[in-house]
Structure formats: C-alpha cells, structure tokens
Design a protein around this ligand. Structure first.
Ligand code: PMT
Length: 406
C-alpha cells in the first residue's frame, strides 16, 4: 500500500467536479492513506457531508466556529497534522483566496496556517481558467511552492462547453500526490546550506531602447531556486529579466547584463553550491550608443561586439570563493553530450546539465526539459519531464553530494 501511514487532508471546494472527490477519497484510502476532509459551504451545495462521511468513515469538517470540532481537533492541528493538503476541486475563487491569504472560513484558515505541502486540482470553466486574473494567481501560487495536478482539457460538465478546465481524474490526482510525497527532496535535505542560482536571459544594450537577448524564460532556473528553498537551503537567485514572480523564501537579485550578473553572483558567495541555469549572452555590443540610434535612409548600422565575462568559468576558478559544487548548464543544438563535456572541462565545473535547444524543442520557454547530467566520468540521462521534476531530481542529487554540514 503505497500511501500506508500517510495523512492526507482533502479540501473540497464548491464546484460540480466535487462529485469526483468521493472517488478520490476511496482511491486514497485503498492505498492506505488516512483521509480527513474539509468541505467549504459551496462544496455542500454539490455533495453532502453525509456522503463524504460515508466514504471517509468520519465526519467532514465544515465550520470554523464549531465548538465541538474545535475542541475535538482544532483548526491548527488540522493544518499541521497531515503530510499533504490536497484541494480538489480547487475553484478559481478558492485559488484567489489563497493568493491573498484570506482566512474567512475553515478551509482557507487551515491553508493559511499550514506549513505542509499543498497540491491543487483546479476545476473551472475554460474561460475562468484562461482569465488573466487566474493566470496571475496560478503563477503566484507556483512561486509560493504550491503544486498543481491538471486541469485537463475536454468536455465540461456544462453541456456544449469544451476546453481546459476539467478536474483531473482521481487516479491522476493520486499519482500527483504520491509524486509530491515521495519524489520531492526532503524538507530539510539542504538545511544549513547556501545555494546560488542564476536564471533567465541577459540583455545587452545596443542603445537606450534596443538590446540583444535570447528566449530564456527563467522557468528552469526559478524552479531550481524554489526547490532548493523548499529543501531548507538559504537561496540567492540572480535573475535576468523574466516575467515570472520572485519565488517565495528566496532572495532574488534582478540584473540585466552579463556584467551585472557576474557582479551579483560574486557578491552572493560564499555558498555551498552554485547552479548556472541562466542563458548569458556571450557577447555585448562594444559600440553601445548613448542616444537612440536614428534610422537614416540607405544606411545600416554596424554593431561591433566584445566578449562578455564567463560567469561560470570565473566562479569555477575562484581561488578562495569557489563553492564546493559548481553546476553549469549546456544549451546545445548538436552533438549534445560531446559539446557538454567539452564545456565541463573548459569551464572547470563539476557537473554540466546538457539540454537540447535545437529548433522544434521547447527547452527555451517551455515547461518540460530532457536533461543529461554530464560529469568527467559519467552521463546520467533523464527522461523528458517537467522543469519542476528536473529541479527536484537535481536538488536531491545536490543534497546527496553535499552531504553533511558546510
Ligand atoms: O529559462 P528557460 O526558458 O526555462 O530555459 C532553460 C535553459 C534552456 C535556459 C536552461 O536549461 C539552460 O540550458 N541554461 C544555460 C543556457 C546557456 O547559456 O548555455 P551555454 O551552453 O551557452 O552556456 C554554458 C554555461 O555557461 C551555462 O551554465 C551558462 O549559464 C554559463 N555561461 C555562459 C556564458 C557566459 N558568458 N557566462 C556563463 O556563465
């Protein structure tokens, strides 16, 4: 029984998908989990506490100001006792409440008071899921370390409606819960360690309004920083310009150019490990114009370039500030492993994470990545997975490598 002894608190919010939560409870229990349930007032419009009580074998919690329940368990114990809190279905309104830290009913108060992992299984109309407010809320919650299962695409409960917004099937939510409980690094895996991460692109100015850059979104680097913080590390993230929110619990330093990124990275040392996931521009414009360059008929501007400092190579060769573990990334369009190993040797890092960025891949900007961990002696190839999963795997590997105290 894979979930034997695990305590799951399931919050059921008010959506038509709430009927699937009964099956979710059954699936969790048959895997050995102990399931407690909180139902919001709106959830009780869709399924009854009686039905939930019948499948859990105990009364669901519904009220914040319920004297009997408060003396029995208490909302703070409800928040602290589970191994994981799952919200299924998570409605748009419930997610908005979480973002703002509202605590006006039992479910939101418990989520505000918890230090446990939170997994949301959203369910809503496709227009609500696509709404800019919901998009912002999802990004904020991800930056706060909340994970998501779904939503899926398909037919909605409302007749004639299709799109992304269906709650994932119970077994997919169970799989996401198991992944959360067993695949993520332990919460103290990097306790007492300091990790520096670079992320995102750099921008090298041509003139006050134009620049040279690349397609890095910062998703991979930010996921690493977030995961390291969730594993208990003190984390400094040096980020180029990205549109992601700063990860919670991480000191984020915003920079634009490679020179600024080097300066901020050096300033963040000493550290136990440094991970260089940023896509740093190799060159900057040597003849940067101080005023906006004017368009003149028949005349094309000529740019000349100067080499940027190599941040990874500089830190790898630092005589006294080199972190114990230095990890580079290699973004390649051909001869992936061969070129990555050449970079490892040239730049002097301990591991290099090779990923394919050739046309047709969505390594730059996408949500998934297929990586190969290259050392001088070995290549460890991981399957295509989300950038979150890549980050979880790398942070576990880093924790194992760093071992004991600093
Ligand atoms: O940001 P995402 O959209 O999520 O995409 C993730 C990613 C593709 C950017 C990431 O996975 C990745 O591969 N990052 C490294 C990109 C890169 O610039 O690779 P490179 O092969 O050019 O550089 C090799 C290493 O040297 C990298 O660790 C890079 O950070 C570092 N470098 C490069 C140039 C330079 N001047 N200074 C450096 O430190």
């Amino acid at each position: 029984m894979p979930l034997q002894g695990k305590k799951i608190l399931l919050v059921i919010a008010g959506g038509i998908a709430a009927y699937k939560s009964l099956d979710l409870i059954r699936r969790l229990r048959e895997r050995g989990a102990k399931v407690r349930v909180i139902m919001t007032r709106a959830a009780q419009e869709f399924i009854t506490p009686l039905a939930v009580g019948a499948v859990t074998g105990e009364r669901p919690f519904t009220e914040l100001f319920d004297l009997a329940a408060e003396f029995d368990i208490g909302h703070i114990r409800l928040a602290r006792e589970p191994d994981l809190i799952a919200v299924a279905p998570a409605t748009a309104d419930f997610m908005a409440k979480l973002v703002h830290g509202r605590g006006d009913d039992l479910a939101s108060t418990v989520l505000l008071a918890t230090d446990r992992r939170i997994l949301l299984a959203p369910a809503m109309n496709p227009a609500m899921w696509a709404n800019p407010a919901t998009r912002r809320n999802v990004e904020r919650l991800q930056a706060d370390g909340v994970t998501f299962a779904g939503p899926d695409a398909g037919e909605m409960a409302e007749s004639g409606e299709r799109g992304v917004g269906r709650m994932s099937e119970p077994l997919a939510i169970v799989a996401a819960i198991e992944k959360n409980l067993f695949d993520l690094p332990a919460r103290d895996a990097l306790a007492g360690k300091k990790i520096v991460v670079t992320s995102g692109p750099t921008r090298e100015p041509i003139d006050p309004v134009r620049y040279i850059s690349n397609h890095s979104s910062g998703k991979q680097g930010h996921a690493l920083a977030r995961m390291a913080a969730q594993a208990g590390a003190e984390v400094v993230l040096v980020s180029g310009p990205v549109s992601l929110p700063d990860p919670s619990g991480v000191k984020t330093i915003h920079v634009e150019t490679a020179a600024q990124m080097l300066h901020a990275t050096e300033g963040a040392l000493p550290a136990d490990a440094a991970i260089f996931a940023a896509a740093v521009a190799d060159w900057r414009v040597a003849n940067e114009a101080s005023q906006k360059m004017k368009k003149a008929a028949g005349k094309l501007p000529t740019l000349s370039f100067a080499e940027n400092p190599d941040i990874l190579a500089t830190i790898s060769r630092h005589s006294n500030l080199r972190p114990r573990l230095v990890i580079g990334f290699a973004a390649e369009t051909e001869n992936l492993i061969e070129n990555a190993r050449a970079k490892l040797l040239k730049k002097g890092c301990d591991w290099i994470v090779a990923n394919d960025v050739s046309t047709g891949t969505s390594t730059f900007g996408g949500t998934s990545n297929e990586v190969h961990i290259v050392t001088q002696a070995s290549v460890d190839s991981w399957p295509m997975q989300t950038k979150e999963s890549v980050a979880a795997g790398l942070i576990k590997k880093i924790a194992a490598s760093l071992g004991g105290a600093r």
